[in-house]
Design a protein. Structure first.
Length: 244
């Protein structure tokens, strides 16, 4: 998807942002980090033939302050919509992943973030749950992020990088939900609720009556018992009848 602006959060030398600019041919690249390493100049020289069309700028400081401020400034310019911006981040350590994701959701922009250095800040409850499920704590924490982002109105997908590149290879990709997807989910829930209500009505029992029991094997009602003859003497088939 075409974007006008790529923001590389906690980007270091900025390779990810410049690579994204080369692929999607954006107009502006912003690299955010505490400082600009010397390796950036080497990286910029290597990418220059591929991103000569894009302007590369830096925002130095705590990403918790610089990212929300940058996104507000870009959107306040008047020539950009949230759909024109994407925030990328690779190996955003610990809580920095959540800082980046929250800033993106608050601004309504797309993101692709690869978390790293997972830390359970929930009184180790995620660690306990992960151990019970037999999965790594980091994977469980990213699933928590996945659900939280969906609850905040985002359509989220799960991507993975080859494990040979990095073991911290899970990528959360998110875009704001469209009105169509919201309506489709609401329609699906309404249909499911209707089916459940119909099922309850079929199996409802009037007050004071006993529920019908069902055969355990196939769920069908048990056969009715045969009524015995009202005669006190059994009738023997084929026996001669006595004269009255």
């Amino acid at each position: 998807k075409k974007r006008k602006v790529v923001v590389d959060a906690v980007g270091g030398h900025g390779m990810l942002g410049m690579m994204a600019a080369a692929v999607i041919r954006c107009e502006e690249v912003y690299i955010l980090d505490l400082k600009l390493p010397a390796s950036h100049h080497t990286m910029a020289g290597a990418f220059a033939p591929f991103i000569g069309h894009a302007r590369v700028a830096h925002e130095l400081g705590d990403v918790g302050a610089t990212l929300p401020a940058l996104l507000r400034r870009l959107l306040d310019r008047g020539d950009l919509a949230p759909a024109d911006i994407i925030v990328v981040g690779v190996h955003a350590c610990g809580f920095l992943s959540d800082v980046i994701l929250d800033a993106c959701v608050d601004a309504g922009v797309d993101f692709a973030v690869c978390p790293c250095c997972h830390k359970d800040e929930h009184r180790d409850q995620i660690t306990v749950a992960a151990k019970s499920l037999g999965i790594p704590m980091g994977a469980a924490l990213d699933l928590v992020r996945f659900g939280r982002l969906q609850q905040r109105g985002y359509s989220v997908s799960w991507r993975t990088l080859p494990a040979s590149i990095t073991p911290e290879n899970r990528v959360l990709v998110g875009t704001p939900e469209t009105a169509t997807s919201v309506r489709q989910r609401a329609d699906a829930r309404a249909a499911a609720s209707k089916r459940m209500l119909a099922a309850y009505k079929r199996n409802a029992v009037a007050p004071g009556t006993k529920p019908r029991t069902r055969d355990a094997a196939d769920g069908t009602p048990p056969p009715k018992k045969q009524r015995q003859s009202s005669s006190s003497h059994p009738v023997v088939v084929g026996a001669p009848q006595s004269d009255p």
